[in-house]
Design a protein around this ligand. Sequence first.
Ligand code: THU
Length: 130
Amino acid sequence: MNQEELIGRAIEARSKAYAPYSNFKVGAAVVAENGEVFIGCNVESASYGLTVCAERVAIWKAVSEGATRFTEIAVVADTEELTPPCGVCRQIIWEFCGDIPVTLANLKGRSETIQMRELLPRAFDTKFLK
Ligand code: THU
């Protein structure tokens, strides 16, 4: 799947966002090592702190279907400045994906790809637990 198609899948996911409190809709698409694509949108709650970001929904869906390693992820929001993953999502992306390319895109056709090590330098991970 090329990058444009992956962004398309993230836009598709964004259309399902449940964001009645923030009205900030986000979509994500992750590619598993076997090429399968999993998509997710943000899901909010009236108890605001229970909100789950699009990136984690996509990854949770994938993990629950048996995919645990990924080669790339795309994140789409309707912002002029491209929306990056929040801090919590960076940690989770690192957990399951490591130093993969992260493509940020908006609805106007702008996109940029950044490596995870730039988004989460000196990450804490399983290697410290050994
Ligand atoms: N959000 C995401 O889904 N992903 C991001 O990368 C940034 C923030 C969601 C969480 C919440 O539903 C809304 O955007 C506003 O913070």
